[in-house]
Design a protein around this ligand. Sequence first.
Ligand SMILES: Nc1ncnc2c1ncn2[C@@H]1O[C@H](COP(=O)(O)OP(=O)(O)OP(=O)(O)O)[C@@H](O)[C@H]1O
Ligand SMILES: [Zn+2]
Length: 456
Amino acid sequence: MAEIRLWNTRTRQKDLLDPIDPLNVRMYVCGPTVYDRAHMGNARPVIVFDTLFRLLRHVYGADHVTYVRNFTDVDDKINKRSQQSGRPISEITEETIGWYHEDMDALGVLRPSHEPRATGYIGEMIAMIEGLIRDGFAYEAEGHVLFSVETYAEYGKLSGRSVDDMIAGARVEVAPYKRNAMDFVLWKPSSADLPGWDSPWGRGRPGWHIECSAMSLALLGESFDIHGGGNDLMFPHHENEIAQSRCAHPEGEFARIWMHNEMLQVEGKKMSKSLGNFFTVHDVLEQGIPGEVIRFVYLSTHYGKPMDWTAEKARQAQETLRKWRGLTAGIEPAAPPAPEVIEALSDDLNTAGAIAALHKLAGAGDAAGLKASAGLMGLLQDGMGAWAEGPRVDLSAHETRLAGARAAAMESKDFSEVDRLKAAYVAAGLEVRMSKGGVELLPGAGFDAAALEALK
Ligand SMILES: Nc1ncnc2c1ncn2[C@@H]1O[C@H](COP(=O)(O)OP(=O)(O)OP(=O)(O)O)[C@@H](O)[C@H]1O
Ligand SMILES: [Zn+2]
């Protein structure tokens, strides 16, 4: 059996994955807050942990892995969206979850074993909060329940911060009823116009952090193998999850391995809704970029490194996938996938190394090995390759035509025909490269063969 090693934020080293129960390897990943379409940054953890899910299923057996990714469907951002738009909350969350499934399916992502919605686990959250109050880890104040960070000596250990650092670095909400500025909300009161549930502390709603603690406990138990999410969640969200879960169930370990993906960036800054520097997965798919091209681009960079999305990366990925789709058309995948690919993935999910191994398989003409190994990474899946089908247009005739027009224009000094052709090629989704050496036409993501046909 392949040995899987994963970088563990908690221990700051690559740890061997030694499942608590190899017959049920368990992973929890923080999912989206559902009030808007997922942006390209949000897709990164989804693709990363889907690839890990696929590897775990391969190594331990598809029936021996439980993967939970939640939907946060109660949150102040959702309330605000509802108030601004005048639409009911349930309508917004249902619609957003539908979009999320559509978009992630298009990226070749498997549905997790469970996709719990926070609103389905309010009773479990209340029970956990009651236990925390009973055991002295939390207190009630003015209708709120707060977790007292001073009661948990290891608070801040995951991200390696002291409580003083955290106070200095974080935008902590100062409230008169807090005993310590770092204490965080487990439960808060709801006015009549906000969603609320009856509780021992009056009608209210949960804080964000307790949602993940309650859902992971209900579906995975007190101890499980892997917890994942973006590194933007490490503090405070994951510190708070740990504090709540470890104090509510001191006999359990909560999560053994903590994995954090780095951010998708735009000009050196995290792509985020608050900065407004985002574009959605839906936008990119609508531009005609196939989902598996997006997936390939993401997997080309190790999850632990920041990355940018660029049109050039997408173009190269599309070219490679087109070639590989041609090579593997009608071929049955070999079983099992190539050992080099499994080895790379087992080394802290080295997807870039695995893609290098796929290139070698393709270079050696091992179509069956390529298909099986790419399949393990969610690439070259059946039913996702329609974009690569259909007759390939012979661009060489167009290249000759443009080169001829240019040669004529050099003589006549009238470049109007060259300009007309160039504009038509660009409009058809081609990239036009003209140098002294010659003319090259490269199909981009939005390539439209029909538009070329129409070119007179
Ligand atoms: N730029 C990014 N790159 C990679 N992962 C990201 C990025 N932005 C958010 N994520 C991840 O997306 C997942 C969903 O998070 P969530 O729904 O809370 O995002 P969000 O709060 O809507 O995003 P934003 O940070 O833009 O407000 C989390 O695991 C988070 O770490
Ligand atoms: Zn979480």
